[in-house]
Design a binder for this molecule. Structure first.
Ligand code: R5P
Length: 286
C-alpha cells in the first residue's frame, strides 16, 4: 500500500500512512499563473495499491483529485482507493428547483471513473455513495469525538436538531452519558431558530455534536439557548469544520467553551483525528 497525500489533507494522509506502516508520498501541488492546478507525485513508481487522500471541496481540490487519479494510474497504481474526508457538494443531493443539476451525483459519477474503492467520513447523505459503481463506505467520526472528550467532564451530549440525534446518541453512548436534541428551524442559509431547550440543562456541561459547522449560525443559536437554560458550559464538536467567512471567530469569540472539529478539513481547531478510523477500514477486507 502507498498513501498519496493531496494538498487538502497533508497531516491526515501522513498520519494514515504511519498507522498503515506504508510508504507516503505528498503530491506537490501548485497553481499556474492563470490559476489552473498543477500537481506531481515525485516518486519512481506507484506499482502497488494506492490510496489518495484528498477533499473534493473547494472546487480547486476537486480538480486536484481528478489530476491525482490520473497521475497515480500513469505511475502504475494497481488499485486506487479514494479517501475523501470531506465530500463537497453533498448537500446538493437532489434537484430542489427545476433546471438545477444533481450536483452530488455529478461529482460521484465523475470521481468514480478512475477508482476501485471510496471512503468518506460522515457524508451528508449516505445514498450519494450509491452513485459510485465500486465498493464504498461512509465511516463515522463518533468514536474519535467520544475518545477525545471522554476525560473532559461532559454531563450530556446534544444534537442541534433531530436529524443529527443519532450521531449525538452514538457519541453519548460511547462516553456513557445521556443524550438529547434541540429543535431547529432553518430561516435562511446562515440563520436558524432553535426553540427553548426541553431537557434539564441547569448547571450541566454540555457537548453539542454536529456533522458540520458552515456559517456557524446553528451553533451560535444552540449555544444561546443552552446558556438561557442555565448550562454551566457548552463545548462544540463537529466532524467537518467548514467555517465559511468568519464563522470560527464568531464561535470562539463566545466564552462558553471550546469548538473542535475532526481533521477531515485541516484548520487550527481540527484536533480530533479520524486517521485511525480510516486505517481500520482500509485494513478490513471489503
Ligand atoms: C444541517 O443539516 C447540518 O447538520 C448542520 O447543522 C448545518 O449544515 C450547519 O450549518 P451552519 O453552520 O451554517 O448553521
Amino acid at each position: 500500500m502507498i498513501v498519496v497525500g493531496g494538498s487538502s489533507s497533508r497531516d491526515l494522509s501522513k498520519e494514515l500512512a504511519t498507522l498503515l506502516n506504508c510508504k507516503f508520498v505528498q503530491a506537490s501541488t501548485t497553481r499556474f499563473p492563470d490559476g489552473e492546478c498543477y500537481t506531481r507525485i515525485d516518486t519512481d513508481s506507484l506499482d502497488d495499491d494506492v490510496t489518495i487522500v484528498q477533499n473534493t471541496y473547494p472546487d480547486g481540490n476537486l480538480v486536484e483529485m481528478f489530476l491525482l487519479q490520473d497521475a497515480v494510474k500513469k505511475m502504475g497504481a494497481r488499485t486506487v482507493t479514494l479517501v475523501i474526508p470531506y465530500f463537497g457538494y453533498a448537500r446538493q443531493d437532489r434537484v430542489f428547483k427545476p433546471g438545477e443539476p444533481e450536483s452530488a451525483k455529478v461529482m460521484a459519477r465523475h470521481l468514480g471513473i478512475m477508482c476501485d474503492r471510496v471512503i468518506t467520513i460522515d457524508i451528508h447523505k449516505e445514498s450519494i455513495l450509491d452513485y459510485f459503481d465500486c465498493p464504498h463506505v461512509d465511516l463515522k467520526a463518533a468514536a474519535a469525538i467520544a475518545e477525545y472528550f471522554k476525560d473532559k467532564k461532559i454531563d450530556k451530549v446534544l444534537s442541534p436538531d433531530v436529524g443529527a440525534a443519532g450521531r449525538a446518541k452514538d457519541v453519548a453512548d460511547r462516553m456513557g452519558v445521556p443524550y438529547g436534541y434541540l429543535d431547529k428551524t432553518r430561516l435562511s442559509g446562515s440563520e436558524v431558530k432553535i426553540s427553548e431547550a426541553k431537557m434539564d440543562c441547569e448547571g450541566q456541561r454540555i457537548l453539542i455534536v454536529d456533522d458540520m459547522i458552515s456559517t456557524g449560525g446553528t451553533i451560535v443559536a444552540a449555544k444561546q439557548v443552552l446558556k438561557e437554560a442555565g448550562a454551566e458550559s457548552v463545548s462544540v464538536a463537529c466532524t467537518h469544520g467548514v467555517f465559511v467567512n468568519n464563522a470560527l471567530e464568531r464561535l470562539t469569540g463566545n466564552d462558553l467553551g471550546a469548538v473542535l472539529c475532526c481533521n477531515t478539513l485541516e484548520n487550527e481547531v481540527s484536533n480530533i483525528s479520524v486517521a485511525e478510523i480510516i486505517a481500520d477500514a482500509i485494513n478490513r477486507k471489503w
